[in-house]
Design a protein around this ligand. Structure first.
Ligand code: GDP
Length: 418
């Protein structure tokens, strides 16, 4: 064989400093221009009992009145019996960058007497969105894929100050590998700073105990110190204790702020000393929106897709996905079914034979017992016959029979009256 059959050593990477300007340093600008032109798309789900301030927070986060103020239901109104899934979309623009924001609301969650399966319609909605994306990917023409997948789920925890409730744990356990979970302590202005700190610690302990995976700000190896510090700061605030308010109020020092007025002062939404709203917005919109989208696509959707395709009988060989054609799959299944039937038949035969053998052995034994009884009876009869003959002989000879054989009247049995 020629020497060249051996694998070639990897080509060395030549690192050179360019003398002239070629222009690829402009690549980030190209990406930027294209992204701005295309716009961005983000879908956020909000889950939590009604009245926890979900609509208010969404309006506060995106500075829109996406949700009109809700009228509380009159006492006589018929209340819905199931969790509903409702989406609202809006195109918002900031400095020429367009964002198509979709908020998926889940009214009814946790509002019933029995909330056992409240999570189910939500999981189904997330999976249906994955299904729709997969179906579009598999189309012949996949130029225009509409991405309805949920990129983040804000889970509103009631500000009880205790720990997570069973419904919170169950929801997060069911959802954590399908969506980026972002836990939020709702209406944090109802708790003191110390209560918030204790509550956060207990929630985190519960989350760790139940092995729930919540979205973590990612950090990369060669990231600058500023980015690392920012990621750390955001991480230290999870679960975010937030206050929502979409209207402006006047502070005692005369500033106009978004906040809530109390007899003892004003809680400012955008003040980091008052609540974690700013950090939540930073995580969700300013710093990690792209990461949330990427993690949804690369990890959550990918895992779900692999599982789904494997269940459908699509197997992955070394490098490519190979789909088994349905006919050969059916043939394979038939062969397997036949083998199973043959095995069952053989087992049944074996059991049958065993039973027959047992029965035969039993019959043989009772036959032997019968023979033995027959022999015994025969011997007894023969003995009786001999005795009678003996008696007969004695009588004929006029001799008495043995004295111990007497009948009930005390007469000797062998005496015959003549
Ligand atoms: P949703 O049913 O979860 O969408 O809740 P809403 O956003 O409709 O809010 C229900 C009520 O709670 C409204 O009266 C809001 O003004 C109030 N609210 C909203 N956010 C907060 C908050 O952060 N703190 C307090 N104290 N009240 C809030």
């Amino acid at each position: 064989l020629p020497q060249s059959a051996e694998p070639a050593p990897p080509a060395p990477i030549i690192r050179k400093k360019l003398n002239g300007y070629v222009g690829f340093a402009n690549l980030p600008n190209q990406v930027h221009r294209k992204s701005v032109r295309k716009g961005f798309q983000f879908t956020c789900m909000v889950v939590g009992e009604s009245g926890l301030g979900k609509s208010t927070l969404i309006n506060t986060l995106f500075n829109t009145s996406l949700y009109p103020p809700k009228e509380p239901l009159p006492p006589s109104a018929e209340r819905p019996q199931t969790v509903a899934i409702e989406s609202i979309s809006a195109d918002i623009e900031e400095n020429g960058v367009r964002l198509r924001l979709t908020v998926v609301d889940t009214p009814g969650f946790g509002d019933f007497v029995n909330n056992e399966d409240s999570w189910r319609p939500i999981v189904e909605s997330i999976e249906t969105r994955f299904d729709s994306y997969l179906e579009q990917e598999n189309r012949v023409n996949r130029q225009k894929i509409v991405d309805n997948r949920v990129h983040a789920c804000l889970y509103f925890i009631q500000p009880t100050g205790h720990s997570l409730k069973p419904i919170d744990v169950e929801f997060m356990r069911q959802l954590h590998n399908k969506v980026n979970l972002i836990p939020i302590i709702a209406k944090a202005d109802t708790l003191t700073d110390d209560e918030v700190a204790d509550f956060k610690a207990r929630i985190l302990a519960d989350i760790a105990y139940h092995n729930i995976h919540i979205f973590q700000a990612p950090t990369y190896e060669n990231e600058d110190e500023e980015a690392l510090a920012e990621a750390e700061e955001i991480a230290s605030k999870i679960p975010f204790a937030v206050v929502g308010s979409d209207h402006f109020v006047k502070t005692p020092d005369g500033r106009e702020v978004r906040g809530r007025v109390y007899p003892w002062g004003v809680v400012e939404v955008d003040n980091e000393d008052h609540c974690d709203f700013v950090k939540l917005r930073q995580m969700l919109i300013r710093t990690y929106m792209e990461e949330l989208r990427e993690y949804t696509n690369d990890v959550l959707y990918e895992n779900w897709r692999t599982e789904k395709l494997l269940k459908m009988g699509v197997v992955q060989d070394q490098s490519v996905f190979k789909e088994i054609n349905p006919a050969s799959r059916m043939q394979e299944e038939r062969v397997m079914h036949e083998a199973k039937l043959a095995k069952m038949e053989a087992e049944m035969k074996m059991v049958f034979q065993q039973k027959v053998q047992e029965k035969e052995a039993k019959l043989k034994q009772s036959e032997e017992e019968l023979y033995a009884r027959h022999r015994e009876m025969k011997e007894a009869l023969e003995k009786q016959r001999l005795e009678l003959e003996d008696k007969k002989r004695r009588i004929e000879q006029g001799r008495p029979i043995t004295p111990e054989k007497t009948n009930q009247t005390g007469r000797k049995k062998g005496f015959l009256r003549t």
